[in-house]
Design a protein around this ligand. Structure first.
Ligand code: SF4
Length: 255
């Protein structure tokens, strides 16, 4: 078993990944393959060679818990009490055992910890880290079981069970919906989203349009990139109103 966390990037001064100012760690490897993914370098679970404008490099480096915590703690003065560290991806919960090692050390230093997750992970992975995370941000995507499996490669029932566990823990702090007219923002899925979100009335929801980002990264991996026809801001605002009309605390954000 790998005893180090495989990551692709550590990004400082992040403002949208949880409360306050945060340092975000991007884990490599994801349990899904969303067509709109803007981080293709974070899908495969192994390091990958890339070529960018003649420069050859590797996406993915294994960090021991000690090394990663030492690097992260250098940012502590920027967090200003409210902020902290966010683990994102890829799907960081697919590396739950290695992550736990890091989280235990950060918690000893009283660091606020957030996790951004799509939550399509074995339930035991979630339970492994649950006690050590303060704040979960969870994506909501395709809510038709068959489409979810075919398009994303995810088991929707597993996702729903994980959401219930997280909700019961009081640590599910935010839902995020990436909107594209081809998959998540179809009429059918918009209705399913309303019904789903109504079950979790205390959890705020952020909705945002999918932009065709990550082009350079796709090119560097010599992989074709899917492009969305996009959603207009007006349409998002209208849908946001509909969510609010159903008692859901929603807002449109730019990512
Ligand atoms: S869950 Fe996120 S990282 Fe994984 S494939 Fe989908 S968009 Fe990419």
């Amino acid at each position: 078993m790998q005893d180090k966390l495989l990551i692709t990037n550590i990004q400082r001064m992040c403002f949208h990944d949880g409360p306050g100012i945060r340092t975000t760690v991007f884990a490599k490897g994801c349990s899904l393959h969303c067509p709109w993914c803007s981080n293709p370098e974070n899908i495969n679970f192994k390091p990958e060679i890339y070529e960018n404008g003649g420069k050859i490099g590797t996406y993915g480096e294994a960090y021991s818990a000690d090394r990663l915590v030492d690097i992260l703690m250098k940012d502590k003065n920027f967090w200003n009490g409210e902020g902290g560290v966010t683990f994102s991806g890829g799907e960081v919960l697919m590396q739950a055992v290695m992550l736990l090692d890091v989280l235990e050390r950060l918690k000893e230093k009283r660091v606020h910890i957030a996790v951004e997750t799509a939550l399509f992970v074995p339930m035991e992975n979630l339970k492994t880290v649950l006690d050590h995370v303060d704040y979960f941000i969870v994506d909501v995507k395709i809510l038709n079981g068959e489409d979810c499996r075919k398009i994303l490669g995810g088991d929707l029932e597993l996702y729903k069970r994980n959401v219930q566990i997280l909700y019961g823990s009081g640590k599910l702090k935010l839902f995020r919906i990436p909107c594209c007219p081809e998959y998540t923002f179809t009429e059918e899925n918009r209705k399913r989203l309303v019904e789903f979100l109504k079950e979790y009335p205390s959890v705020p929801v952020q909705i945002f349009a999918i932009h065709n980002l990550g082009e350079k990264k796709y090119r560097s991996l010599d992989r074709p990139m899917w492009t969305s026809m996009g959603v207009e801001k007006d349409e998002l605002e209208l849908y946001c109103e509909e969510l609010r009309g159903n008692g859901i605390n929603a807002e449109v954000i730019d990512i």
